[in-house]
Each structure stands twice: as C-alpha cells, then as structure tokens.
Design a protein around this ligand. Structure first.
Ligand code: G
Ligand code: G
Ligand code: MN
Length: 575
C-alpha cells in the first residue's frame, strides 16, 4: 500500500493513547511525522516552529492542559489546519460545542476506525479553505496595492492617513504629507516606450520608498502621482527639514537602462496639525500646494499656506461668476492706439477686454482669461469681443473712411481649436460689411505652437480673407525664424518687457535691434508695445520700427474716449 506523509501535532498526556493513535493512522496509510505536546508552552513552541502542521489531534481533558484552550491557541496561529478531538471522555454536548468553537471533528478513543474517513476528508477541506484564503488575500492585495510598484495604492493610503492622524492626535506627534507628481511622465513614457516607462516608475517608486524612514508610509496614488506620510517628529523645523531633504533626494537623476534620467518631481506639502487636522483637509492642502507648483512650471516643492487657499477661493468665485455673468453685462472693451511714428497717424487700435465686476471694480484680463480658458468660457467671450470690436471698427470706417484705424483683436489659443473659426470671422465681416483689411488678429507665439497644424490652416484662411495676423509678445516664446516662414504672419509685436528696459539694458537693446532687422529682411511689419518714454520712441524710430503702442501715446481708452481722440486732428504729432 502507498503511504502518504503526514505531519501531525498531537496534544496528549498519555503516551499509550498517542501510540494507539499513531498506529491507527499508519493503518490508514499515513507515514506520520508527529510531535507530541501536553502543555500550552510546548504547544506554542511547536506552532511557532518551522514545521507546517497538516493536522492536529487533541485530547479533551489533560492534567496540565485542556482541549479547548489548545484549540484556541492553534487557531491563533493557523486558521485552516484541521483540529480533531480524540478523547475517551467527551460527551455529545461537549463535542457539539467543540465543533462550534472551530474543531473539525471529534473521535472517541474506542472508535479510532473513524479516522480513516475523517482524516482524508479534513485534509481536503483544509486545502480548499487555504486556497480560498489565498484568493481572498490576493484580492485584498489587488484592492490595496499597486501591482507595478508593489506600493500601497490610494485605498490603503486613505486608511493609513486617517490612522496616522488618529495616532498623532493621541500622542501629540507631527505629520508631513507630501504629494509627489513626476513631471513630464507622459513625455518620458512616449520616449522610453511602455517597458522603459514602467522601469522609470518602478525606480522612482523604489527611490521614494528608500528616501523615507522605515516607519513612514509611501503610496502610489495615480500613474504619475505618489504620496509620502512622514511621521515621528516632534519639532516642526525638523519635520520641515526632513520634507525638504526628501525633495532634494527625489530630484536626483535616476539610472534607467544605463541612462541617467533627469527627474522633475512637483511636490506639495501640508503639515499636521498646522495646516489641517482632518485627512481630507490635509490631503486637499497638499494637493493645492502641488497644483501651484505645477502651474508654475513644476519641478519644485511648496508648502501649503493659507494664502494659497485664499487664492484658490478667489479663483473659484471668479470661475463661478464668469459662468453666470451674461457675456454682454460686465464686460467692456477698451482701445489702445497704435501710432505710426513718422506721421503721428493712428493706424490701428488694440481692443483690450475689461471686466467691470460689481464688487471688485475693473478686473484685468490676465486674471480672468486663464480661468475662462480652463472653463471653456473663452469661446463665447472671444465671440463677444470680436463682434464688439468689429462693430466699433465698422462705425469708425463709416465715419472716417480711408483714415479709420484697423482694430486688433487678441485671440486665445483655445479659439483656434474651433475648426470653423475662419468661417465665423468671415460671416461676421460680411454681416457687418466691414472690409477684412480693417481687422487684425493678435495671437501669441506660445499659442501658435500649441497645435501648429490646425493653427496654421486657420491662419492661412484668415489671411486669404484679407485679415492681418499679428504675432503678440514676440521674443518671450520660441522666437523661431522657421515658423515665421511657416505661418502667414504680417506683423511682429516686440514684447513690452524688452521695450521697458530700453535704454538701460544692453540685452534688451540688442534683442529689439535684432528683431527689427529680422522683420525688415523677412518683409514683415514690426510694432513695439509698452512704449512709455520719448527716448524709447526715438530709439525705435532710429532703428526702423515705425509703429508703436504704449502709454506715451495713450492708455487703453473706453470707446467714447477713443471716439473723441479720433475726432481730434493729428493727436500724436506733438510727441
Ligand atoms: O488688457 P491688458 O491691458 O491688461 O492685457 C493683458 C493681457 O490680456 C494681454 O496679454 C492681452 O493680450 C490679453 N487680452 C486682452 N484682451 C483680450 C481678449 O479680448 N482676448 C484674449 N484672449 N486676450 C486678451
Ligand atoms: O500682451 P498684449 O500685447 O496683448 O498686452 C497689452 C498689455 O499691455 C495690456 O495689458 C496693456 O494695458 C498693456 N500696456 C499697453 N501699453 C503699455 C505701456 O506703455 N506700459 C505698460 N506697462 N503696459 C502697457
Ligand atoms: Mn495683444
């Protein structure tokens, strides 16, 4: 007969009874490897040892131990191992209660024959239980851990953050919560390929894990986002220093497949209890600080501050008001003259949007245009601006004919995402019967590059209509010559940051000179914005830049005031 190995733990004080049991098991075909114990201490030692017990047999009453206590102890160490009472004294009632408490079976000492059926059955059952428990553990793992990095995921992070706060509250400890975003993750993954980018994430995750102390907690919250809960400090300055050190460590290059890769983490940090005393608040504040870092170009760290929240609240309020403000209430256009130096003529005006806020007064577009872009309101606002500006231009054209100024309208990059932008401009011009030559569109270098192909196509259509295209803020973006050839641009606007520093700053002078010379060679018009002094105007005139815009000539004016200026003969010849 084939024998099967069986590692059995026998809890029994009577050597004879143990021998009987072993003999019966051998008869059933088991090659038994057994250890016999009869005290709690010995049992515990046996359970702690390296043997994997497949089955436990236990007497019910022993002089120095008892069966129910043994069962308790066994279950504390092993939930699945079959536990069978083998006893001469156990009565029906006790037997039932023993099974209820987690024993698998009870067998009377004078009926050991039952072992031949009970043992194989319980071994099978135990195997089923073990498998189920493993599956459950695996599901638990999947629900709480990130498989790529083996780090805890968002689920576990939330539990742990809450737990850390409870502990810290209890023992007066401090917590630093760092939210860490790996910048350029998308860009890197497209250049490294999926395998390489997995390697990068793993290496970065490992570094985060190694950079904290063993009692700290690290999780992966999102594909490119991690969190670290730093604890164990009782001094705020030390905690701050630890957070900053962590940022330094995480900014070091990583070796991936033999390449040293520059890593740019954006880290937002909030502290317990200074910044928040609830998990959501602490997380929200760290997230706010991280967003601020990202908005400012990333690759930095920032601690949460109440001003950040105030800025955010202000922003949310504006966002809300922007979405509820009827476009044609609140908004108004101002116009700033563009002047031809040689003649003093006002050849054009730039339309500049203002928001007359009921409580805050006039709000500058720098503040609300980015919000309108994010929320999508920029499209309807842009339409309103265009219509308003073109209507004004039409009125001037009717009144002053040939000498009426063009109107220059600022377009946001978002507006160029509308494929039918050129058609809607054309429709408006036809509807108002405004000659296309009276309209100029200003777009920034940066906006031009966001979706170069679409933008190029739309600009070409606008040019074909007869509308002029002006490149705003020139010199602050890519300033690449190749796209000046590629895009159908009529005019460059030298950014006011260069003009402002003339004549004191050599670089500004040189850059301005170079831009003017370049436009002459490319046969593109050039205008300088932000001209505030006579000296600047003279310099520009001498260099060959004949068009200027700035406070020296006029601030942006409400429509009525601009109308009066237009009615004045040669208003700028004196300058
Ligand atoms: O108007 P101000 O003087 O504050 O102009 C600030 C910025 O806002 C400038 O960069 C200008 O181009 C931009 N801006 C002004 N009016 C508009 C507008 O109607 N649409 C868009 N997209 N930008 C504008
Ligand atoms: O980026 P854009 O060129 O559209 O911005 C025009 C901005 O420049 C507006 O905010 C306008 O109010 C401002 N501006 C116009 N002229 C001057 C000037 O002479 N000095 C300064 N500092 N700003 C000016
Ligand atoms: Mn402009």
């Amino acid at each position: 007969m084939d024998t099967q190995p069986l590692r059995a733990l026998i809890i029994e004080d009577e050597p004879d009874d143990a021998a009987l049991l072993l003999r019966e098991l051998r008869k059933c075909g088991y090659d038994v490897d057994a250890v016999k114990v009869d005290t709690a201490e010995a049992l515990e030692r046996a359970l702690l040892g390296s043997q994997n017990w497949q089955i436990v047999f236990s007497d019910y009453t022993m002089p120095s131990f008892n069966g129910m206590a043994a069962l308790d102890l066994v279950r504390r160490y092993d939930k699945d191992v079959p536990f069978i009472f083998v006893s001469g004294t156990i009565g029906e009632e006790l037997a039932v209660s023993a099974v209820r408490s987690g024993a698998q079976d009870y067998i009377l000492k004078d009926n050991l024959k039952r072992l031949s059926a009970a043992v194989p059955r319980e071994l099978r059952e135990a195997e089923v239980h073990r498998k189920r428990r493993e599956a459950e553990q695996h599901i638990q793992y999947l629900a709480n851990y990130d498989q790529l990095t083996n780090l805890p995921n968002r689920n576990l992070y939330q539990d742990r953050l809450q737990q850390s706060l409870i502990e810290a509250e209890h023992n007066g400890g401090l917590i630093g919560l760092l939210l860490i975003r790996l910048d350029r993750a998308y860009e890197l993954s497209s250049s490294l390929g999926p395998k390489g980018s997995d390697r990068l994430i793993k290496a970065f995750a490992a570094r985060v894990g190694q950079s904290v102390q063993s009692h700290d907690f690290v999780a992966r919250l999102d594909s490119d986002q991690f969190a670290a809960i730093v604890t164990g400090y009782s001094d705020n300055d030390e905690l701050l220093a630890a957070c900053m050190r962590l940022y330094q460590t995480l900014s070091q290059p990583l070796d991936i497949s033999g390449y040293s890769l520059r890593i740019n983490p954006s880290i937002g940090i909030s502290l317990f209890p200074d910044d928040a005393d609830k998990p959501d608040g602490l997380h929200g504040n760290a997230a706010l600080a991280m967003q601020k870092v990202i908005r400012h170009g990333g690759s930095n760290h920032r601690f949460y501050s109440p001003e950040l929240r105030q800025l955010r609240d202000e922003r949310l309020t504006l966002e809300h008001e922007l979405s509820t403000a009827a476009i044609n209430k609140g908004f108004i256009l101002h116009y700033q003259p563009q002047v031809e130096l040689s003649s003093g003529r006002m050849v054009a005006v730039e339309a500049l949007l203002r928001w007359n806020h009921p409580e805050r007064g006039s709000i500058r577009p720098d503040l609300f245009i980015p919000i309108a872009e994010e929320t999508g309101h920029i499209l309807s606002i842009g339409q309103w601006v265009l219509k308003q500006a073109c209507s004004a231009a039409k009125e001037w054209a009717s009144r002053y004919g040939e000498t009426a100024p063009r109107v220059a309208v600022n377009f946001s990059a978002f507006q160029f995402r509308q494929p039918d932008l050129a058609e809607s401009v054309q429709n408006l011009l036809e509807h108002l019967q405004l000659p296309p030559q009276q309209l100029e569109i200003e777009i920034t270098e940066t906006a031009l590059m966001q979706d170069p192909d679409t933008t190029q196509r739309i600009l070409k259509r606008l040019r074909d209509l007869g509308v002029s295209i002006s490149l705003d803020d020139f010199g602050t973006g890519y300033s690449s010559l190749s796209y000046l050839k590629r895009f159908p641009v009529n005019m460059l606007k030298i950014d006011q940051s260069f003009i402002r520093d003339i004549p004191d700053d050599r670089d500004s002078i040189e850059i301005t000179r170079a831009i003017i010379a370049m436009t002459a060679r490319l046969n593109i018009n050039v205008i300088a914005e932000g001209v505030e002094t006579k000296q600047q105007a003279e310099f520009l005139g001498n260099e060959g830049c004949n068009l200027v815009q700035g406070y020296l000539f006029s601030r942006p004016l409400p429509g009525d005031d601009l109308g009066k200026l237009l009615a004045t003969p040669s208003p700028f010849t004196q300058i």
